[in-house]
Design a binder for this molecule. Structure first.
Ligand code: DAH
Length: 355
């Protein structure tokens, strides 16, 4: 290629590289290939070239024309691609919601307590069992050694419901103990279950609600002793309240479904409400060795199996743990109360010492 053609090639390449958009590119294209373009001019002059040089010059010009046309087209493709990229970036739509302060729902303290009880007993190997809120009289009372006219019935302020097909009246379960009955009737021992759930009694004041929550526990195995009961409940109470040295006292008591029966107290300070110190005692739950008659009622041979049971009120445990003085707002759905006592559902779960 002669020098003038090389110069044209170099200058065209430089001009194309400098053309930053399609408008500048088009100006370069016209300046080279247009009617009055530089290459067009050279091609026109071919006729004036002496015949002996014309062939060579013609071939060189054609070669240059192909090279320049190719370079011009390539630049156009590149600029169009860049223009599309820029447009896509500029018109980009972000369909995700921007972060904004969403009023977070909070976990109700009772739900929190039920979850914690399930977690602590779960770590001890307890499965969770459930039963219905509307119970048969026998499941709620009879099987648990509380026959009709037994004085213990009077303590329960029972809500009665009409029986099915005119049969015995049904009840809103007055405790979670009927889940013991159901579990023993449907599963062979050994058993290790808790039953958290709703319970009902016709009672309403600052510390009683007609609907409240309990958690029942039942362990049936061979060679179960009072020592197992004590160890299990001491561990649970210390884990639940997060106080490794929480004093726990077992006091002889009476329940129809256990023999012997014990109420369990924890140490606290009556004046300040502080748990774990102060020399006063606070009753917190009921427990005992499952009465042989209850085992027999539920088809389990009391000569072969024995066990322990316990029951505790979730509201009471919650009020003590978090220093909540009145029970009634638990069920009023007052958002101010929930904001104060509720738990952030996204906060990491609490880890309990010793569990
Ligand atoms: N059911 C009893 C109540 O509601 C609590 C209770 C006491 C449950 C002793 C038990 C137990 O399983 O062994 O007051």
């Amino acid at each position: 290629m002669t020098d003038d053609l090389l110069v044209l090639k170099t200058e065209t390449d430089a001009a194309l590289a400098a053309a930053g958009d399609l408008r500048a590119w088009d100006a370069v294209r016209v300046a080279i290939l247009g009617k009055n373009g530089r290459l067009t001019g050279l091609l026109k002059e071919l006729g004036k070239t002496p015949p002996e040089q014309r062939r060579e010059r013609g071939a060189a010009l054609n070669q240059l024309k192909d090279a320049l046309s190719g370079a011009i087209e390539a630049r156009r493709t590149a600029l169009e691609g860049a223009a599309l990229d820029a447009r896509l970036a500029a018109e980009r739509l972000d369909p995700s919601l921007p972060p904004r302060p969403v009023p977070a729902g909070l976990i109700h303290p009772i739900s929190r307590t039920m979850e914690e009880m399930t977690a602590i007993f779960g770590a001890m190997g307890f499965a969770t069992a459930e039963g219905p809120d509307v119970e048969g009289d026998w499941n709620n009372f009879g099987a648990l050694n509380i026959p009709a006219h037994h004085p213990a019935r009077a303590d329960h302020d029972t809500f009665y419901l009409p029986g099915l097909d005119g049969g015995t009246p049904r009840v809103l379960r007055t405790h979670t103990s009927p889940v013991q009955t159901r579990t023993m009737l449907t599963q062979p021992p050994p058993l290790r279950v808790i039953a958290p759930g709703r319970t009902y009694r016709a009672d309403h004041d600052a510390t009683h609600s007609p609907m409240f929550h309990q958690c029942e526990g039942l362990v049936i195995d061979r060679d179960i002793t009072l020592g197992h009961l004590k160890g299990c409940l001491i561990d649970f109470l210390r884990a639940f309240f997060g106080i490794a040295s929480l004093p726990v006292r077992f006091r002889a008591s009476y329940f129809p479904f256990t023999e012997p029966s014990m109420e369990v107290d924890i140490g606290w300070n009556r004046k300040t409400g502080e748990l774990g110190a102060g020399g006063d005692w606070l009753e917190i739950l009921g427990s005992g060795m499952v009465h042989p008659r209850v085992l027999a009622n539920c088809g389990i041979d009391p000569r072969e199996w024995q066990g322990f049971a316990f029951g505790m009120g979730a509201e009471r445990l919650t009020m003590l743990k978090y220093g909540i003085p009145d029970l009634r707002p638990f069920y009023e759905s007052d958002i101010r109360w929930l904001r104060h006592y509720g738990f952030n559902p996204l906060a990491p779960a609490m880890l309990h010492e010793g569990v």
